[in-house]
Design a protein around this ligand. Structure first.
Ligand code: G6P
Ligand code: MG
Length: 216
């Protein structure tokens, strides 16, 4: 048995939901009278809902009570889910389903490691809820990426050594989390943003088993 694992982030790696997070956060900022750029949005990727709100309010130089923050967290999620609930299998990003299946077919383990509290809902919507050996999401973690917790929890649950895990990430914070866990990080998305990754693919359709840094 090969003791290796591939750990996948969800939003922006497996499913095309990163754009819906951006739209909902922008709507929130606009409702509070300011805006932020797509460049700023890169630093929100992989970050928990609560921490993202604090970062955005800081950009807008707005201070809110805990009650008001709670209101905006719920409103943001409501806006986000309006788009998410309309998705179907076509929201799976190119190559993701095939690559995950190929990884499993040769006996490597698979895990989903996401900060999202909506992860299981989203996996069910796109029909990938049975595709991972382990799922660790934002309901299970106490620390947000770049802390390695979400990925070390995946590896521990799979009983695979950290150095034998590869993480697929579209977020700078996620690449950092993987590296500080001692795992190999493969970027999914923009080479200019994901500079610390071992290498970067546009999407998982560019991946194959030969590109995994595992001993044969
Ligand atoms: C992922 C996304 C973030 C999002 C976070 C929490 O990491 O990249 O943009 O804020 O999950 O998602 P949630 O669905 O719980 O709001
Ligand atoms: Mg992501």
């Amino acid at each position: 048995m090969k003791n290796y694992a591939c750990i996948f982030d969800l939003d922006g790696v497996v499913v095309d939901t990163a754009k819906f997070h951006f739209l909902a956060w922008q709507k929130l900022a606009n409702s509070l009278g300011f805006n932020f750029s797509e460049h700023q949005n890169e630093s929100l990727k992989g970050i928990s809902r609560k921490e993202s709100l604090d970062i955005i309010l800081n950009w807008g130089k707005i201070e809110l009570s805990d009650t008001a923050k709670q209101y905006w967290l719920e409103t943001k999620n409501k806006w986000y889910l309006e788009n998410v609930l309309q998705m179907d299998k076509t929201a799976i990003l190119p190559g993701a389903k095939d690559f995950i299946e190929r990884v499993k077919s040769v006996g490597y383990k698979t895990a989903l490691g996401s900060a999202s509290k909506n992860a299981t809902t989203i996996l069910k919507i796109v029909g990938l809820d049975a595709s991972f050996d382990v799922i660790v999401d934002g309901n299970k973690t106490t620390k947000s990426k770049p802390d390695p917790q979400v990925f070390t929890m995946c590896a521990d649950a799979l009983n695979i050594e950290y150095k034998n895990c590869v993480v697929f990430e579209d977020a700078e914070a996620g690449i950092e989390a993987a590296l500080s866990a001692g795992m190999y990080a493969i970027g999914v998305g923009d080479k200019m943003v994901l500079k610390k990754a071992g290498f970067v693919v546009k999407d998982l359709s560019e991946m194959n088993l030969e590109r995994l840094p595992f001993k044969k």
